[in-house]
Design a protein around this ligand. Structure first.
Ligand SMILES: *Cc1c(COP(=O)(O)O)cnc(C)c1O
Length: 426
């Protein structure tokens, strides 16, 4: 019996079944481009812990910063006895996020918690309650964020009732709706004005590129049109950059690609090299509208996570990871486009920077093919490549390598994927 299967047997008896895992192998160590399990098997990492270890696993600067911090103090609670690193992380966020105006930030533990707080802040600042979200959107698994998330299975099924005053508008999904950004925005705005009422809207919450929903890149013009509608109607434009943020899409934040300046931005995943940290950053007058003591949490902005975030951000600057993401994106797009020429099951290669996906369909239609997606996924895992799927219909491969992955590992990973198509799709 392998060491992984022994642990797995214990897991089945100890860990709640509702918590799933992609692999049933147990990790021993991981680096900038590979993961090794307790039996010494290796996988090339095209997942980065779901867009988290953008600077790599156990990045040297992160390890050093956390080690230094853990020896000084592990926790005091920023709401009780504050410390400098929390302030420094907020300064960095205020500087790096789009928007040439005074900003403030607040730190939390998880992406869902950041999104919840963005909604709290938006409601407080506007005195309104309605929140607009989009088809295929994903914002987390807490009660409010389940309401914001579109997909029922596995995220919402059986977990309701959900929080009220959440309204879902149609998304721009160029492959499937064939609309321009302006047309798709007009359709969404019509839903908002007729079904919710402009004067009731506290916030539009949207991922600039959808993550779990299938790496859906809205048609150009969609995001700017929604942002200007929000500005004209007293609603806040909230960019959920939890998956797109921190260099992933070839810029620090994805809103920048269309010169969209959000009122509030939520971040998490890539922010701290794998330590749990999340943030809301936004216009000073919006963030500071909330009464003193109205925001917080025991662990929010934990000192180890703040040390890791500062080291991660420095690493992103030192290694120019936005440029690295663009380079990875070019390699991925070239190779995947060649694969798409060969396999009519690949309807589209899409994404930005190192956030690239392929959507699988039944040739000649747009019917999703989750069966083939699952088969290729399994073949990749068996051959030593860690891939992830996503999408409302489970028919999208998303590629999210660490931004420090070597050219060699990237090439090896793509070769495994190509062979997996050759065995599963021809
Ligand atoms: C992952 C994710 C979340 C939720 O983050 P957690 O840390 O898992 O709570 C929210 N929004 C987006 C866009 C995400 O990708």
């Amino acid at each position: 019996m392998s060491a992984s299967s022994e642990i797995h047997a214990r897991r089945v008896g100890a860990v709640a079944r509702g918590v799933g895992s992609t692999l049933s192998s147990y990790v021993d160590r991981a680096s900038g481009g590979t993961l090794t399990d307790v039996d010494g098997r290796e996988w090339i990492d095209f997942a980065a812990g779901i867009a988290v270890t953008n600077v790599g696993n156990s990045a040297p600067a992160v390890v050093a910063a956390v080690r230094e911090q853990v020896e000084r103090f592990t926790h005091t609670c920023f709401m009780v006895t504050p410390y400098e690193s929390y302030v420094s992380v907020c300064e960095q966020l205020n500087e790096l996020t789009p928007g040439d105006f005074a900003k403030r930030s607040a730190l939390f533990n998880s992406g869902a918690e950041a999104v919840e707080n963005a909604v709290k802040i938006a409601r407080y600042a506007t005195g309104r309650s309605a929140v607009i979200v989009f088809e295929h959107g994903y914002h987390g698994r807490t009660n409010l964020t389940m309401a914001l998330t579109a997909k029922n299975m596995p995220y919402k099924h059986g977990f309701g009732p959900f929080a009220p005053e959440v309204y879902r508008a149609p998304m721009s999904y160029p492959l499937r709706d064939g609309l321009t950004g302006e047309q798709a925005a007009a359709r969404a705005i019509d839903t908002i004005t007729t079904q919710v009422g402009a004067q009731n809207v506290a916030a539009i919450v949207i991922e600039p590129i959808q993550g779990e929903g299938g790496f859906v890149v809205p048609a150009p013009g969609f995001l700017p049109a929604l942002a200007s509608w929000a500005a004209a109607n007293g609603a806040l434009f909230v960019a959920d950059e939890i998956q797109t943020g921190f260099c992933r899409t070839g810029d620090w934040f994805a809103a920048t690609h269309e010169q969209v300046v959000p009122d509030l931005i939520t971040t998490a995943k890539g922010i701290a090299g794998g330590l749990p940290l999340a943030a809301v950053t936004g216009r000073a007058e919006v963030m500071d509208a909330v009464h003193a003591g109205g925001l917080g949490g025991t662990y929010g902005g934990n000192p180890l996570a703040c040390a890791a975030a500062l080291a991660s951000i420095q690493t992103m600057r030192d290694l120019d990871l936005p440029a690295a993401a663009r380079r990875i994106g070019t390699v991925l797009t070239d190779r995947l486009s060649t694969l798409a020429d060969k396999y009519p099951q690949i309807a589209e290669v899409r994404g930005r920077g190192a956030m690239i996906a392929i959507e699988l369909i039944k040739p000649g239609t747009l019917h999703p093919d989750p069966i083939l997606t699952g088969a290729v996924n399994k073949a990749c895992h068996a051959a030593g490549l860690l891939t992830l799927t996503c999408g409302t219909w489970g028919n999208v491969f998303r590629f999210l390598p660490p931004l420090v992955i070597s050219d060699e590992d990237l090439d090896r990973g793509l070769t495994i994927l190509e062979r997996a198509f050759d065995t599963s799709a021809s």
